[in-house]
Design a protein around this ligand. Structure first.
Ligand SMILES: Cc1cc2nc3c(=O)[nH]c(=O)nc-3n(C[C@H](O)[C@H](O)[C@H](O)COP(=O)(O)O)c2cc1C
Length: 239
């Protein structure tokens, strides 16, 4: 599978996977030879009820220096933006775990990976259609990310931090200025899904909204029109 720098299939691959409103196709930063890293399939059952996850969820900022499993990261990404549409025709299957105004899907997920078993450290982009990761920048960038979060260094202590970004024109094209409000509503849904999934997996996280936009964008090397909205470090809670 060949990926764009933004981590989604391109060329013939994209044509084969063509779906309505696939925002991956709007992202034009192409890199030849990018490789997709297929993620383990998501689970639809777990050990904790939704009610217990809601009741137990807390913002956690102390993480053990221990890696997460690739399955755990995959499950978190699926809960955030995974394809959950059971339409029998794959070309019609595109709706995701979190609601999106008009199914325009203006958000993207960038796991900033430090210690995930079986995954080299680096900045990745999640590709919902393929349930895969594309490596954008190799190397551990967690400290730079934490500094960009006004020095909230617990961001670097977690084995991974998921950055959620918005590309506003994917939604303002349809809804005008109101689309900006819709993107901000949507990131709340996605953040809460990650929060509850982390809780259900016995992990901890916190939504970080205090950061320098330009500095986070620079760490991730985001295109100018893409803005970071949340940074979510996830790890095993240090008790
Ligand atoms: C929009 C928003 C931004 C936040 N930004 C930060 C942040 O930058 N750093 C942080 O440690 N917590 C941040 N939080 C988490 C809150 O501090 C936390 O939700 C609050 O203290 C309530 O605790 P609880 O989540 O455990 O219920 C943020 C929460 C929201 C909703």
């Amino acid at each position: 599978m060949v990926l764009t720098a933004a981590g989604c299939a391109t060329g013939k691959e994209a044509a084969r996977n063509r779906v309505p409103a696939d925002p991956g196709e709007n992202i034009a930063r192409e890199v030849a030879g990018g490789k997709a890293i297929a993620l383990p399939a998501s689970r639809l059952t777990g050990e904790m009820s939704l009610e217990a996850a809601v009741a137990g969820r807390r913002s956690e900022r102390s993480f053990r220096a221990a890696p997460l499993k690739l399955e755990q990261l995959a499950q978190l990404l699926w809960a955030a933006q995974g394809i959950t549409d059971p339409h029998p025709d794959p070309a019609q299957r595109f709706r995701r775990a979190a609601p999106s105004a008009g199914a325009q899907y203006p958000l993207d997920l960038y796991p900033v990976v430090g210690e995930i078993e079986g995954l080299e450290a680096g900045i990745y982009r999640y590709c919902p259609q393929e349930h895969a990761l594309g490596l954008l920048t190799p190397g551990d960038r967690r400290r730079q990310l934490a500094r960009a979060c006004l020095g909230q260094m617990f961001v670097a202590a977690a084995p991974v931090a998921v950055v959620i970004t918005a590309t506003y024109d994917r939604i303002t094209d349809r809804y005008g200025e109101r689309g900006i409000r819709y993107a901000h509503m949507e990131v709340g849904h996605v953040g809460q899904n990650i929060h509850l999934q982390a809780e259900a997996l016995g992990l901890g996280t916190v939504v970080v909204g205090a950061f320098q936009d330009e500095e986070v964008a620079e760490v991730l090397q985001l295109p100018r029109k893409e803005a970071p909205l949340y940074v979510m470090p996830v790890g095993i809670i240090q008790s």
